[in-house]
Design a protein around this ligand. Structure first.
Ligand code: CAA
Length: 261
């Protein structure tokens, strides 16, 4: 257990569990949370014993109810520009971590909360989860990726509907729309998320990173470039010890003994 003030970090075997821990503010995301998350993700990335992470919110009510409105209410506009407000969330250490991580959404994921969940490789939601981009109701618009990642995840019709009306989407609609990969009862959420993370943590590490990179690139390249990248990365993986071991183990009908290289 670490000594952060706004998040809890715990290593469970090869899985790092990070919990947003400001339940009195529905885990609203202020600059202190961002600083601690960047630090925790850097430690996760650097620790070879850690293979997958899960991010969730404390309490049963919220994953995160957005960027901290109280931190923004009196901030002068020029300062938002000068400190490039929200840019830290797009840093390599949160949205572009090379190792896989899962968001376990346990309640409200609104504004920055929805945007943070969408930075994960996939979202597992409790049946009580609610997603939304309600920034328009505050006179603004998404600032941590909502207009871009939500549109890529659910398409223009749903994304426009969510951003322009500010309405919430429940877990069932979120699964139907492709925003989340699984929905489970709230009391089984952490078990499901940890099980998925442990399964990923048990995979050959380089293959896990490459699979993640390939899927992410699908949103940023033409089909032709993406297919070429996929073939090249596949070919590179054939040079790993784990490729030799994985294929041998299959042929010899035994469990593979991964080396992580
Ligand atoms: N920022 C700061 N504090 C927040 C917060 C936020 N985003 N969301 C909730 N809180 C605080 C409330 O102020 C309240 O604190 P106090 O007890 O000190 O008043 C506490 O959390 C509990 O919240 P509520 O009393 O409002 O709880 P509720 O059950 O009545 O309502 C809710 C729950 C519908 C989620 C409501 O809290 C809400 O609408 N929150 C704001 C959601 C929102 O607009 N998010 C977008 C923020 S802007 C953004 O995220 C920009 C971006 O793109 C990055």
């Amino acid at each position: 257990m670490s000594t952060y003030e706004n998040i809890l970090v715990e290593q469970r075997g090869a899985v790092t569990l990070v919990t947003l821990n400001r339940p009195q503010a529905l885990n609203a995301l202020n600059s202190a949370v961002l600083g601690e998350l960047i630090d925790a993700f850097a430690a996760f990335q650097a620790d070879d014993s850690q293979r997958c992470a899960v991010l969730t919110g404390s309490g049963e009510k919220a994953f995160a109810a957005g960027a901290d409105i109280k931190e923004m209410v009196d901030k002068p506009s020029v300062d938002f520009f000068l400190d490039d407000h929200f840019s830290g969330w797009q840093s390599d250490l949160v949205s572009r971590t090379r190792k896989p991580w899962i968001a376990a959404v346990n309640g409200f994921a609104l504004g920055g909360g929805c945007e943070l969940a969408m930075m994960a490789d996939f979202i597992i939601a409790a049946d009580t989860a609610k997603f939304g981009q309600p920034e328009i109701k505050l006179g603004v618009a998404p600032g941590m990726g909502g207009s871009q990642r939500l549109t890529r995840a659910v398409g223009k019709a749903k994304a426009m509907d969510m951003c322009l009306t500010g309405r919430m989407m429940d877990a069932e609609e979120a699964e139907r729309s492709g925003l989340v990969s699984r929905v489970v009862p709230l009391d089984g959420l952490m078990e499901e998320a940890m099980k998925a993370a442990e399964a990923i943590a048990g995979m050959p590490a380089m293959a896990a990173m490459v699979n993640k990179e390939m899927v992410d690139k699908a949103f940023e390249t033409t089909l032709e470039q993406g297919l070429l990248l996929e073939r090249r990365l596949f070919q590179i993986l054939t040079a790993t010890e784990d490729k030799v071991e994985g294929m041998k183990a299959f042929v010899e009908k035994r469990e593979a003994n991964w080396k992580g290289r």
